[in-house]
Design a binder for this molecule. Structure first.
Ligand SMILES: C[S@@+](CC[C@H](N)C(=O)[O-])C[C@H]1O[C@@H](n2cnc3c(N)ncnc32)[C@H](O)[C@@H]1O
Ligand code: SF4
Length: 453
């Protein structure tokens, strides 16, 4: 079979910088599956069936933000107090109804994630209400309960309400500590304000505190990035995600750059060096890498929800814009608030997509998750395609992206930077092989894998 360069990456003396031209997308997405529209009765029946999943979680979406950040495509609705109030009331009612069903009660949940948007924009009272509704579900004794959001406006009243309600992990978007980078990105607080609040919360040690940093933002030079990493290390928090900026169409950053109001951030081959610098600084400071983009300073940080979401766990989604999986069906609730409220008032399924999972979805989830962690045991590969994939891995090894061990493939630093492209390449290769008819040269050329351009 002829491998393409999107499967293998390009040969280069610096694979970290040049194996691919850019990151293909934010995440390797689920593939295949059949869109469907379940009848109301079928939908109700799903909630009466006990779960068969071995691992499960709850996801609650809070689609409001005080301000739209330049780089972000997750902004959905402004944080209007009356709108949030109405949403929280409807969400709590939905959670309470769902919590009483056989589906919800049949097995414990190992993780809960309140994501957004900006869940920390809820008031302390609203947080308490939502968390009380969450506690009606059977949570595992050591369940991880994460509240996502930002430090701006997250005062001690909210902190206490979160802890009292069972939150044991907080994930704050910091993006950069640098005041100039922050201002350009539409963040509200300056460096000193963000750093001192993060430090205070981290040092309390009452809950796991993790932060997101982005590299590649406008005005974020290598020097600024090094300072971002120094500031992070000073904050004494428990974990961090380092995300490369993904340029997605339609956000403010695209408009600012198109009109010349903001410069481009550093290009992909420079961002690769920023990733390497981040990994190096964290690992030399004794932080442990849990995935290609996530490190922890303390073993209290488990990142359980993220692991479950990247694999094939059942995830019950609640809220407009929430996504998850119930039984073998992937669900993506529509983002439109009016449609969501109208459906809940009639106690109908909220508008959105339902996809019946492809037969290979669970196995692919395990492969994606392993690649995200940087080590892919060969035992996870489909046996009928193992020879094909070993040929692909041999090229990744030649290109400096991975090492083929006895029992597993281990991504190099370059491979970890390009993990999303490698995952996309692996699945592209499997698809091309599935489509190649028997007797087609594609199935016979395995002994001499070539790189197409
Ligand atoms: C759903 S957002 C919620 C963050 C939170 N509302 C905040 O203001 O920090 C989660 C994370 O996605 C990341 N993110 C958003 N847009 C991104 C982009 N274009 N490229 C890379 N990471 C991005 C940010 O690091 C952000 O913290
Ligand atoms: S980064 Fe957070 S606050 Fe900013 S627009 Fe995205 S979700 Fe909203």
């Amino acid at each position: 079979m002829q491998f393409t360069s999107t499967m293998t990456g390009l040969p280069s003396p610096s694979p970290l910088q040049f194996a691919f031209s850019s990151k293909s997308s934010a995440h390797a997405s689920r593939r295949g599956g059949r869109p469907m529209q379940p009848e109301h009765q079928q939908w109700l029946a799903w909630w009466q069936q006990p779960s068969q999943a071995t691992e499960r979680a709850l996801y609650l979406h809070i689609p409001f933000c005080t301000k739209r950040c330049s780089f972000c495509n997750f902004f959905e609705n402004g944080a209007n107090p009356r709108r949030i109030e109405r949403y929280v009331t409807a969400l709590c009612e939905e959670l309470e109804r769902a919590a009483d069903t056989p589906l919800a009660q049949s097995r414990p949940f190992e993780a809960v994630y309140l994501g957004g948007g900006t869940p920390t924009d809820m008031t302390a009272e609203q947080l308490a209400l939502v968390l009380a509704a969450v506690r009606r579900f059977p949570l595992a004794a050591d369940a991880e309960v994460t509240l996502e959001g930002r430090l701006h406006g997250f005062d001690d009243e909210k902190w206490q309400a979160a802890l009292a309600g069972g939150v044991n992990r907080l994930s704050f978007g910091v993006q950069s500590f640098d005041s100039k980078v922050r201002l350009a990105a539409g963040r509200i607080d300056d460096r000193d304000t963000v750093m001192s609040r993060l430090q205070t919360l981290g040092r309390r040690n009452q809950a796991v505190v993790v932060a997101d940093l982005i590299f590649g933002l406008p005005w974020q030079s290598h020097e600024v990035w090094q300072q971002d990493l120094s500031d992070l290390l000073e904050c004494d928090i428990h974990g961090v995600d380092l995300y490369q900026l993904i340029a997605l169409p339609g956000n403010n950053l695209e408009r600012f750059q198109a009109s010349g109001r903001q410069p481009d951030g550093l290009p992909s081959h420079e961002r690769a060096l920023m990733y390497a610098a981040g990994a190096d600084r964290l690992e030399r400071a004794g932080w442990q890498r849990l995935s290609c983009s996530h490190w922890r300073r303390s073993e209290d940080e488990r990142s359980r929800y993220n692991q479950l979401a990247k694999g094939s766990a059942e995830i019950l989604p609640f809220g407009a814009g929430a996504g998850g999986k119930v039984h073998q069906f992937a669900l993506m609730n529509g983002r439109d608030l009016a449609g969501w409220h109208a459906a809940l008032e009639k106690q109908e399924r909220v508008p959105g997509m339902v996809i019946a999972s492809a037969p290979h979805a669970a196995k692919e989830g395990a492969v994606r998750h392993a690649m995200d962690c940087g080590v892919l045991p060969y035992s996870l590969l489909p046996s009928d395609q193992r020879a094909l994939l070993m040929a692909l891995f041999a090229i990744w090894q030649q290109h400096g992206l991975a090492e083929c061990g006895q029992d597993a493939l281990t991504l190099t630093l370059a491979g970890r930077f390009w993990t999303v492209n490698l995952q996309a390449g692996l699945f592209e290769c499997l698809d091309a092989h599935r489509e190649a008819p028997v007797g087609h040269p594609g199935r016979e050329g395995l002994a001499h894998p070539g790189v197409g351009r």
